[in-house]
Write a protein that binds this ligand. Structure first.
Ligand SMILES: [Zn+2]
Length: 422
């Protein structure tokens, strides 16, 4: 089982390089070393650190348990709050409890999914992991939250979308199981950002138009020049800070980053499918956890998506899901088609394929998409996929009001997390 961290390694490496304070540098180095150890251990053996309880009693609401590592590193630690227990005096414990509950509620109430495995899996969290640990992760069986280094990152339980992001890695693990490398890895990351954001939007009852579309808006410490770790609304604008560097996410295939770092840029190129989801949600209006979320959820859980799906495979699968749900001539199908065209993953018939970044493989993929769109045949059709004779051949014109990737998501980021009421 793979360990999924919310803060990508390149960001912690940048912090370690640029920190003046040797104590801080040591904290970042330790955080990176922890992460590397977890990665090595998780690729060698299935996780044995967690899942302390077997499951029973599904269908009765969420089942949560929060542990305290008491600044140590053994997992899961001491149980400090179980399902139904009253709030404790430790805000971090309560935030972990509430964030996992909000994520459970979003999946249950919007999509009828009972927990990560769809069968009431216990939602287990550990807080106060180590000292100054600047990350949070899902290890295949539970959530783990650091308290942050205190300079750049604070308490990682503060953002519901961070908790939702990590728990969604569990949902993906139980469903499409997208391979965490290259484009399928970036899709894995993107799905976690999408449903992480939806957990927060659902918790707040926010419409797509009112949502901030940020991941981790509440985990930066005061003084950081940035709104959040990532922005689905405007990838590439989430932060720009001398200590952190600049948000490297592209919003369009023209900015696709070919790299061997970060499992092939999984935290970088996820900006492209992230922005496609944002565009769909904005085009449809209302709540993003309504039709837009349903299309993405059905795509993730259909059983028809390849574990090594490319962006084009995924785009085609969302089109197929939208057609099944709403009909071929529906505004939902039109919105999905337009969004993937706007981010350069699919091409409208009337235009030449854009060059994603010059790689032969990418060009080949673009050609495949164009062919797929014009022949109404998905590039890799699963045997069980229903016939879809009405692939939209002429996506609508991009909407300039929602298409501008340069629009800052949150230009007036409050230095203290004013938006964080959880
Ligand atoms: Zn992730």
């Amino acid at each position: 089982m793979r360990v999924h961290h919310i803060v990508p390694p390149y960001l912690l490496e940048h912090l370690e390089r640029t920190a003046d304070d040797p104590n801080l540098r040591a904290r970042y180095r330790l955080s990176l070393q922890h992460d590397a150890v977890f990665r090595a251990r998780s690729s060698a053996t299935p996780s044995q650190d967690a899942a302390p309880f077997q499951d029973e009693g599904a269908g009765q609401g969420p089942r949560r348990v929060v542990h305290d590592a008491e600044n140590g590193t053994s997992l899961p630690g001491t149980v400090v709050r179980a399902e139904g227990d009253p709030a404790t005096t430790d805000l971090t414990v309560n935030q972990a409890y509430d964030g996992t509950g909000a994520t459970w509620a979003m999946f249950q109430e919007c999509f009828g999914r009972d927990s990560i495995d769809g069968a009431g899996l216990l939602l287990s969290s550990t807080v106060h992991f180590d000292r100054g640990y600047a990350n949070a992760f899902w290890n295949g069986a539970q959530m783990v939250f650091g308290d942050g280094d205190g300079e750049i990152f604070g308490d990682f339980t503060r953002s519901i979308d961070v908790t939702g992001h990590e728990l969604t890695h569990g949902v993906t693990q139980y469903t499409a199981n997208l391979v965490y490398e290259g484009q399928s890895g970036a899709l894995n990351e993107s799905i976690s950002d999408v449903f992480g954001s939806l957990a927060k939007q659902h918790h707040r009852g926010q419409s797509a138009a009112d949502a901030d579309w940020l991941i981790g808006a509440d985990i930066f410490r005061p003084g950081v020049s940035g709104a959040a770790l990532r922005s689905l609304k405007a990838p590439g604008t989430a932060y720009d800070d001398p200590r952190l560097g600049r948000d490297p996410q592209p919003a369009h295939m023209s900015g696709y980053v070919e790299t061997t770092a970060d499992h092939g840029g999984v935290h970088i190129n996820s900006g492209i499918p992230n922005h496609a989801f944002y565009l769909v949600a904005m085009a449809l209006g209302g709540n993003a956890y309504g039709d837009a979320g349903r299309i993405w959820y059905d795509t993730l859980t259909s059983g028809e998506l390849s574990e090594t799906a490319t962006f084009i495979d995924f785009a085609q699968a969302t089109l197929a899901a939208a057609e099944t749900l709403f009909g071929a001539d529906s505004p939902q199908v039109s919105a999905v088609s337009t969004a993937w065209t706007e981010v350069g993953v699919l091409q409208s018939d009337s235009s030449e394929p854009s060059q994603p970044s010059g790689s032969a493989e990418s060009v080949e993929l673009m050609r495949a998409a164009k062919t797929a769109l014009s022949t109404a045949t998905p590039p890799r059709p699963p045997a069980s996929m229903p016939p879809t004779p009405d692939q939209p051949a002429e996506p609508a014109e991009p909407d300039p009001a929602t298409a501008d990737p340069d629009t800052p998501a949150n230009p007036s980021h409050p230095e203290t997390s004013a938006s964080g009421s959880e």
